[in-house]
Design a protein around this ligand. Structure first.
Ligand code: BMX
Ligand code: ZN
Length: 302
C-alpha cells in the first residue's frame, strides 16, 4: 500500500511517502509562512509520479470528518475553513483520512507496542510537549475520536499554580491557567525570553546557551504540570502506558524529570512512561496506520 502521510503541527509540517510501510520520501516545511495552496504544491512535488492509494492527514486542532479547526488560531489559521478531505481527494485521486496529530501519534505508539515482548497496553495516552500540549488516547485498544474533534484535548485542563508559570496568561483556547499556557514550548519560550531579556525559543533550554539554573527551573516547572496531567488522566482512565513526544517531550532529561515528579499513591500503581518509539514520526506513522486500516475495511465491505 502506498500512503502519503502529512503531519500538520504548529511549528512544522512533515510530509512522508510510505511504500508498503517503508519511507520512500520525506520533507519538512515551516508552518508559519504556509498556505494551503503552497502545501498542496509541495506535496505534489514530493510525490511526483509515485502512486498514492490513500492520503493520511494528522493535524493539530479539532479535526472532524472533513475539516481542521484550530483551537490555537495564531498558528494554523491558513488551514481553517478548507475542505481538506475533498480537496486532497481531488488532488491525489485517493481516499483521505483526517485525525488529530496527538491521536495519530497515540495510535502509532499503541501499534508498535502490540507486537513485542512487553505487556500489551489497553489504555495508552500520548502527551506531546511541543508548540502546544497535545494529548491522544487509545482506550481499550481503539483511538478515541469524537465528532467535533474536541476529545482528548487535555492540554487545556487547568494546570497547577506555580510561581514560574503566570496564572493570568491567557491560553490559545481563550482561558487563563491551562496546562498548555504554562508548560508548552511556546510558554517556555515566553518565560525564558522574560528571564533573559531577549527573544529566544524553548530550544535554548536544552542547548546550554542559557544559564543552567534558569533552564533547570523552567524545565522542572513544565515537567511538574505534565506530571499533574498524567496523574489526572491516569485516575480517570486507568492507563497502562504513557508516551511522551514532541520536541520537548522527546528530550531524555524531560522524561526523567516527569517520572521523578509523578505523584505516587500507596495503593495505586502508576502507568509505564516512555518517550515515543517512533520519535518525530509518530504523527505521520499513526495517520498512515489509520488510513491503511480504513482502506482495508472499505475493501472488505465492497
Ligand atoms: C493545541 C491544539 C491541539 C494540538 C496541540 C499540539 C491547535 C492548533 N492545537 O493544544 O489540537 O494537538 O496543541 O499541537 O488547536 P502541536 O502543534 O504542538 O503539535
Ligand atoms: Zn487552553
Amino acid at each position: 500500500m502506498n500512503i502519503l502521510a502529512v503531519d500538520v503541527g504548529g511549528t512544522k509540517v512533515l510530509g512522508v511517502y510510505f511504500a508498503n510501510g517503508v519511507i520512500q520520501a520525506r520533507e519538512q516545511w515551516a508552518s508559519q509562512s504556509m498556505t494551503w495552496e503552497i502545501l498542496k504544491d509541495w506535496l505534489r512535488t514530493m510525490v511526483g509520479d509515485l502512486p498514492v492509494d490513500a492520503v493520511a492527514v494528522a493535524s493539530a486542532g479539532r479535526v472532524s470528518h472533513d475539516r481542521i479547526d484550530p483551537l490555537n488560531r495564531s498558528v494554523l489559521s491558513w488551514i481553517q475553513s478548507i475542505d481538506v478531505r475533498a480537496d486532497l481527494a481531488r488532488q491525489f485521486k485517493a481516499p483521505v483520512t483526517l485525525v488529530n496529530d496527538a491521536t495519530a501519534a497515540a495510535y502509532a505508539e499503541y501499534c508498535v507496542r502490540t507486537s513485542g515482548d512487553q505487556p500489551e497496553p489497553e489504555n495508552l495516552a500520548f502527551v506531546t510537549v511541543s508548540t502546544g500540549i497535545g494529548c491522544g488516547l487509545v482506550i481499550n485498544g481503539r483511538p478515541l475520536i469524537s465528532g467535533t474533534g474536541l476529545a482528548s484535548h487535555a492540554g487545556h485542563i487547568r494546570g497547577i499554580e506555580s510561581p514560574e508559570t503566570d496564572e493570568l496568561t491567557i491560553c490559545s483556547c481563550g482561558m487563563p491557567g491551562c496546562i498548555e499556557s504554562r508548560a508548552s514550548g511556546a510558554a517556555l519560550g515566553r518565560q525564558l525570553s522574560q528571564r533573559v531579556g531577549q527573544q529566544v525559543t524553548a530550544k535554548s533550554l536544552f542547548d546550554g546557551s542559557v544559564p543552567e539554573a534558569v533552564s533547570e527551573q523552567l524545565i522542572s516547572a513544565s515537567a511538574r504540570q505534565i506530571a499533574h496531567l498524567i496523574d489526572t488522566l491516569h485516575m480517570t482512565l486507568d492507563l497502562d502506558q504513557v508516551v511522551l513526544g514532541g520536541s520537548i517531550g522527546l528530550q531524555p532529561t524531560y522524561l526523567s524529570q516527569v517520572k521523578a515528579l509523578l505523584i505516587s499513591r500507596e495503593l495505586i500503581d502508576g502507568p509505564r512512561i516512555e518517550v515515543a518509539e517512533c520519535g518525530h514520526l509518530s504523527g505521520v506513522q499513526g495517520a498512515a496506520f489509520i488510513a491503511e486500516r480504513q482502506l482495508l475495511m472499505d475493501l472488505a465491505n465492497d
